[in-house]
Design a protein around this ligand. Structure first.
Ligand SMILES: [Zn+2]
Length: 266
């Protein structure tokens, strides 16, 4: 593997089985389809090569899982250990967006720097973030932890719509679900892995062009699905949604709940 290619893993740390289509898609009644179960998985992602180890997002704490009625199957540190990563070996964490289920464990990584889109940071520290329809997706503790990273000089705020974080890792700002949702386009030995995080919760959003029910900009959601479809149309490219249980059966499991995204199951 050369220095611009990475291994990429999805680590599944939690799930919920009580989710349905009508609580997944915006205005689901428009499609005139019967109600259906939509189980939800929770992942974060590891991106590494011989030079560096990065995460995309870092999950939530056991306390938050209890509070929100989610089932946590393993702590992030236990999952990382299954693929040989210790928290102090994590160099950098890309925060795809500032929803509680993606940024809850930033304190676990003492040697890491972090990146986040500037427009995401400014939105959640701005005048409208405390409105109930928005603030339900972000806890005070999580917000404080991100502000603290910024004060410590450990938070890199991305200005550009497309940003090369390291050779072989491109971050694309894709507004819609949140104002500064990031998508990571990563080079690997087997092609490109696009970690969409919550730019795409489920593959069905992209294939059926159906917006998820939580967003700050509806047109942006459609634009982002279009972008993801065009990325997926490139040769040897795998787009990875943030919450779809299909991921667990589509890629090779190297250890329990640790999926090698460079090894799709044909
Ligand atoms: Zn999420």
């Amino acid at each position: 593997m050369n220095e611009t290619e990475y291994e990429v893993f999805a680590l599944r740390y939690a799930y919920r089985n009580d989710n349905r289509a009508s609580s997944t898609f915006y205005r689901f009644e428009l499609y005139k389809e019967p109600e259906k179960e939509y189980p939800m998985d929770y992942f974060f992602w590891v991106v590494r090569n011989k030079d560096r180890t990065l995460l995309v997002d870092c999950g939530y704490t056991r306390a938050r899982a209890l509070e929100r009625g989610r089932t946590l199957t393993a702590s992030p540190t236990d999952l990382l250990a299954r693929i040989g990563v210790t928290p102090d070996a994590v160099d950098h964490v890309v925060l795809s967006h500032m929803h509680w289920d993606h940024i809850g464990n930033v304190g676990l990584f003492p040697n890491a720097t972090f990146s986040l889109a500037r427009r995401e940071f400014e939105f959640w520290t701005g005048p409208y973030a405390d409105r109930p329809c928005l603030s339900l997706a972000l806890g005070d503790e999580e917000l404080e932890a991100i502000k603290s990273l910024e004060r410590q000089g450990r938070l890199f705020l991305i200005e550009d719509d497309t940003h090369e974080l390291y050779p072989g890792i491109r971050l694309i700002t894709s507004p819609g679900h949140t104002p500064g949702q990031l998508v990571a386009d990563i080079s690997t030995r087997s092609g490109s892995v696009v970690v969409a995080s919550d730019a795409l919760h489920y593959y069905d959003e992209m294939s059926l062009d159906r917006p998820f029910h939580v967003f700050t900009e509806l047109e942006g959601m459609y634009r982002t699905y279009h972008l993801l479809r065009s990325l997926a149309a490139r040769p040897r490219t795998w787009v990875i949604p943030g919450h779809d249980p299909v991921v667990s059966s589509a890629f090779t499991e190297v250890s329990e709940d640790c999926l090698d995204l460079t090894a799709p199951i044909a």
